[in-house]
Design a protein around this ligand. Structure first.
Ligand SMILES: Cc1cc2nc3c(=O)[nH]c(=O)nc-3n(C[C@H](O)[C@H](O)[C@H](O)COP(=O)(O)OP(=O)(O)OC[C@H]3O[C@@H](n4cnc5c(N)ncnc54)[C@H](O)[C@@H]3O)c2cc1C
Length: 383
């Protein structure tokens, strides 16, 4: 439970609260939310975050990071999200992600520049569907010391500015080796790799659709072996899902506090909205659901922290917390009324952000199917 944290995590939470109130809010007050955050402001956030020991939480010890565990990351992500600041995205240093186990040349050329903030990567996993989509997922054929890659990826966040892509492909079986999934590192600008379309999603993210038209990629650019692509893509998925759930709970916390302030102020009809029983019923639901989501979040974070393979619990927690956050923000819009829909209102922004997290990192219904399979086919987990 969030109440029974060890003293170091209580101190972490207090430090982040003070950081949001003392540093981020004053910085944000002077910014136009409709233009990109200036580089000098991002730099100030990063420097302060380093001083407070936050920046390195997502980074390995080999580069000076602190490699925070799942429970610490949940505390940090939830507290930052509860601050509802546009600047929190610059708090953490770039993590290794799937590159964590890169070795030799791949470590020097890809992982280390990413960790130093000198290179950016993007993750290309999702395949397109619908009219015009290829009839098979992105595939690769061996050709001498290279793979020849063909196909498309539908939704690559940060793909327009990334220096390289981490691409999941299906390698065809042939006389020189087996088939299976593989994770390839493909430089932007490689002949045969093109940005087919650039687009934005409603929460403000920038993405591209990538095309691969017989792109030659050295076999040395494969992370691990053929057959390891999907396991590597999913390597850290439990922690990632629980961190998304933590951000969702933080959004719900900010929202319930906002609604409390709103309904306890005077209303034009006389008195306060909180004096009406019907409003209290709706309001209580926001509080009850947020409480339940946080209980689940912290229980799962502790399981992961103890080294438990809480795959079912992590999927369930991501589904529940993101859906609760969606209902809480939606309910808040209803209680606050028309002003919450004005473009630029904090609830209007949050409404758009909270919608995307039910799809990213695994769509809710796909995760529900995973949970059912975990129980019915594998008899795993505690649900
Ligand atoms: C903001 C944002 C950022 C993203 N960034 C990236 C990125 O960087 N890299 C990347 O590779 N992808 C990225 N994605 C894509 C994301 O991973 C996918 O949107 C998500 O996995 C769902 O896949 P899909 O969109 O193809 O939907 P589909 O797989 O077509 O599913 C759509 C819906 O169909 C239903 N459905 C599908 N299959 C089943 C089934 N078997 N049983 C029951 N119901 C089913 C579900 O309701 C599901 O929500 C991003 C998406 C968003 C919104």
């Amino acid at each position: 439970m969030p109440e029974s944290l060890p003293p170091d995590l209580v101190a972490l939470r207090d430090r982040i609260h003070a950081f949001v109130d003392g540093d981020l809010r004053p910085l944000e007050a002077g910014l136009n939310p409709d233009v990109p955050v200036p580089a000098e402001v991002r730099q100030i956030v990063r420097e302060r975050s380093k001083e407070l020991g936050l920046f390195g939480m997502t980074q390995p010890r080999s580069v000076g990071g602190s490699e925070a565990g799942p429970l610490a990351m949940v505390v940090a992500r939830e507290t930052l999200a509860a601050g509802n600041s546009n600047l929190t995205r610059y708090v953490f240093g770039p993590g290794p992600g799937m590159l964590a186990r890169a070795e030799g040349d791949l470590r020097t050329r890809y992982l280390e520049p990413v960790l130093r903030g000198e290179a950016q990567s993007a993750f290309a996993f999702t395949e397109p569907s619908g009219p015009g989509a290829p009839d098979r997922p992105t595939w690769a054929k061996r050709d001498g010391d290279a793979f020849v890659v063909t196909g498309r990826k539908a939704f690559v966040t940060g793909g327009a500015t990334a220096d390289f892509y981490q691409v999941l492909v299906n390698v065809e079986e042939d006389a020189s080796g087996p088939g299976g999934t593989a994770m390839l590192l493909i430089d932007r600008g490689t002949p045969g790799v093109g940005i087919e379309r650039a687009f934005e999603s409603m929460e403000g993210g920038g993405h591209v659709e990538l095309g691969f038209d017989g792109a030659r990629v050295p076999q040395a650019n494969m992370l691990g072996k053929v057959g390891e692509g999907m396991p590597r893509a999913m390597g850290n998925i439990n922690e990632e899902r629980v961190e998304v759930a933590a951000s969702a709970c933080g959004m719900a916390l900010w929202t319930t506090d906002y609604v409390t302030r709103h309904i306890t102020q005077g209303h034009r009809a006389g008195g306060r909205l909180s004096d009406r029983e019907g409003v209290r019923l709706r309001y209580s639901d926001l509080r009850i659901e947020t409480y339940a989501a946080r209980a689940m979040l912290y229980r799962t974070a502790r399981l992961l922290d103890s080294g438990d393979d809480a795959v079912n619990e992590a999927a369930a927690t991501k589904v529940f917390c993101t859906e609760v956050a969606g209902r809480v923000v939606d309910g808040a819009v209803q209680l606050v009324g028309g002003q919450a829909l004005i473009v630029g209102h904090p609830l209007e922004r949050l409404y758009r952000r909270v919608r995307s997290i039910r799809l990213t990192g695994g769509a809710s219904d796909i995760l529900r199917l995973n949970v059912a399979r975990g129980i019915i086919e594998f008899n795993a987990g505690r649900l």
